[in-house]
Design a protein around this ligand. Structure first.
Ligand code: F6P
Length: 343
């Protein structure tokens, strides 16, 4: 059997672990051939691909990024795009395509499946950890490691200077990275998209903490955090060619406001893509490997329109429909626990 694989959307640590696992089981166990398409769906549309082998995948497990490249391009963006996909897959005699992506890429995969364009198997990926129907996405744990280390480092310099330090982390719709790294790093306060913040309350809490004799504060802010309506002006984010909002930098505005309201010197660190680059940690290598093996099994069992997922510690398959239907937000149980430690 011939199987295709592509990676779409933003990259994240662990993508190569998935590709390597797919290729390994395909070649060794099923004797099938894996075609790796370059730069997401664009690789199918432009007929740019390579035959992946165990040999080709050597040394890729600890490598960040994706050896296949990735874009947000998809077949519905181009005139005749879906026909091209059907033709190219038929020419290569490809039975199904393993699509490794986030919410946008997986929604598109579902549409292609429903429109009868291609048979797809989904693999969830994103450092934001916001995909429904899976307990965790690979890449998230590595991003939390990086953010936690940054918070640890900010504590000591914050204390030396008695400053307020702001650490801005990724998380456009949800605050999993901020909540986890904030809890692990002992942050003074965490702001996440799930709960709008009131800048007056934020400033007052920080003043109270300092009045009680505490030195320095580290505030963790998810890039998608939003103020309560009418309490503070934020600038409109710019939008890229795919209509994808470019976030990042919100904390500069919040920092100015905090400094003005508290009188404490406030400095900002925007972690940005540092959280997405570099080597996956062991957890993400293992999760990526397990999902990759499950994906090639699902392809051979013709579980089209399904996504592999982590549930109760086991890898299972769920319908893509269910997976992309809703975002996984920070649970109220987690958030209530986290809030016990806020100023
Ligand atoms: O969706 C994952 C994510 O890492 C977001 O947290 C972030 O806003 C976005 O990707 C950045 O995407 P890009 O690299 O395209 O700017």
């Amino acid at each position: 059997m011939n199987i295709g694989i592509l990676t779409g959307g933003g990259d994240c640590p662990g993508l190569n672990a998935v590709i390597r696992a797919v290729v390994r089981k395909a070649e060794k166990h099923y004797g099938s051939t894996v075609f790796g398409f370059h730069d997401g769906w664009k690789g199918i549309l432009d007929e740019r691909y390579e035959k992946l082998t165990i040999e080709r995948m050597r040394g890729t497990l600890p490598r960040g990024g994706t050896i296949l490249g990735t874009t947000r391009d998809h077949p519905y963006m181009f005139e005749g795009g879906t026909d091209t996909v059907t033709r190219v897959l038929a020419d290569l005699d490809i039975d199904s395509v393993i699509v490794v992506g986030g919410e946008g890429t997986l929604s598109c995969a579902l549409q292609l499946q429903n429109d009868g364009v291609a048979n797809v198997i989904g693999v969830p990926k994103t450092i934001d950890n916001d995909i429904g129907a899976t307990e965790m996405t690979f890449g998230f744990s590595t991003a939390v490691d990086i953010a936690t280390e940054a918070i640890d480092r900010l504590h000591t310099t914050a204390e030396s200077h008695d400053r307020i330090m702001i650490a801005e982390v990724m998380g456009r719709h949800v605050g999993h990275i901020a909540a986890w790294a904030g809890m692990a790093g002992g942050a003074t306060m965490v702001l996440i998209p799930e709960e709008k913040f009131n800048i007056k309350n934020v400033a007052e809490s920080l003043i109270r903490r300092h009045d009680a004799g505490r030195y320095a504060s580290v505030v963790v802010i998810a890039e998608g955090a939003l103020p309560e309506e009418g309490t503070m002006e934020l600038r409109e984010p710019t939008v890229d060619q795919y209509g994808h909002q470019r976030l990042g930098g919100i904390s500069n505005i919040i920092a100015e406001e905090i400094e003005k309201r508290t009188g404490f010197e406030t400095r900002v660190t925007v972690l940005g893509h540092v959280q997405r680059g570099g080597s996956p940690n062991p957890f993400d290598r293992v999760l990526g490997t397990r999902l990759g093996v499950a994906a090639i099994d699902a392809a051979h069992n013709r579980k089209y329109g399904e996504m592999v997922a982590l549930q109760n510690g086991d890898i299972v398959t769920v319908s893509l429909e269910k997976a992309v239907g809703s975002l996984k937000t920070v649970s109220s149980e987690f958030w209530d626990t986290a809030k016990n430690f806020f100023a």
